[in-house]
Design a protein around this ligand. Structure first.
Ligand SMILES: O=P(O)(O)OC[C@@H](O)[C@@H](O)c1c[nH]c2ccccc12
Length: 258
């Protein structure tokens, strides 16, 4: 599946017409996660659909969702901008930057430099770089390019092998451990448990995907994650502000919910 997404993306990149430059206040994702407002940081995602689940939120109002996230006290917002597979758009990111004062992560499949210029122009504070989608060399080049343009990167990995290959080249500031296997779409929080001990202590670590309830949140916190990235379980709630609160409910991380 990842291969197919990347092939589509490559085609789309050939047709990119760069948007004008928007001038928004910038916010650091890394700083926001280091100074998380609650017991563990949260990047809340604005996502209408996904290739594995289809439409997740039928009545999709990206700006309203982002405002509710801000009121709920999340630390940052992730916006899906891929159109073909996630029904996103970079326009959503622009509208959200116009409205909320939080770091905004552009969630897309970034594989070429041109997409970094595009991300800078639309006002993204950070971009996603996927370890499984790029060679370590290319990933490092895009990482440097992004920081030169004032964008931070969330460097996402799913396997120990990918993580080690990246660390041989450089140490990213922010590492995302994706609990979802992008080939099969299955999620397991054990991915965070298994990979986290191999991430250098200087990195801010985000546990991504498959966080369904307060128990899951406490579990990845116990594994040592500094933050979580949550999409679907928030998007399925009518009231996303309440959904954030419910994730932060106090539960014992060693007791499974019934
Ligand atoms: O909806 P979830 O299971 O809470 O997951 C959010 C986020 O981690 C997921 O959307 C994601 C993680 N890595 C990605 C790469 C591309 C697109 C999407 C993603």
């Amino acid at each position: 599946m990842l291969k197919q997404i990347l092939a589509t993306k490559q085609n789309e990149i050939e047709r990119i017409e760069l948007p004008p430059r928007y001038h928004f206040p910038r916010f650091s994702l890394c700083t926001a996660l280091k100074n998380a407002k609650r017991s563990i940081g949260m990047i809340a995602e604005v996502k209408k659909a996904s290739p594995s689940k289809g439409i997740i939120r039928p009545n999709f109002q990206p700006v309203e969702i982002a405002k509710a996230y801000e009121q709920a006290g999340v630390d940052a917002i992730s916006v899906l901008t891929d159109q073909t597979y996630f029904q996103g758009h970079y326009r959503y990111l622009i509208e959200i930057k116009e409205t909320v004062r939080l770091p905004v992560l552009r969630k897309d499949f970034i594989i070429e430099r041109l997409q970094i210029e595009e991300s800078a122009r639309i006002g993204a504070d950070a971009i996603l770089l996927i370890g499984e989608a790029l060679s370590p060399k290319k990933l490092h080049e895009l990482y440097e390019e992004a920081y030169e343009k004032g964008l931070e990167c969330l460097v996402e990995v799913h396997s120990r092998q990918t993580l080690e290959a990246i660390l041989e080249r450089f140490t990213p500031e922010i590492v995302g451990i994706n609990n979802r296997d992008l080939q099969t779409f299955t999620t397991s929080l054990d991915t965070t448990k298994n990979l986290l001990p191999h991430v250098p202590p200087s990195c801010v670590v985000v546990s991504e995907s498959g966080i369904a309830n307060a128990y899951d949140l406490q579990r990845v916190r116990a594994y040592g994650a500094h933050a979580v990235l949550v999409g679907e379980s928030l998007m399925r709630h009518d009231d996303v502000m309440q959904a954030v609160d419910e994730l932060y409910k106090e539960v014992r991380s060693d007791v499974r919910p019934s």
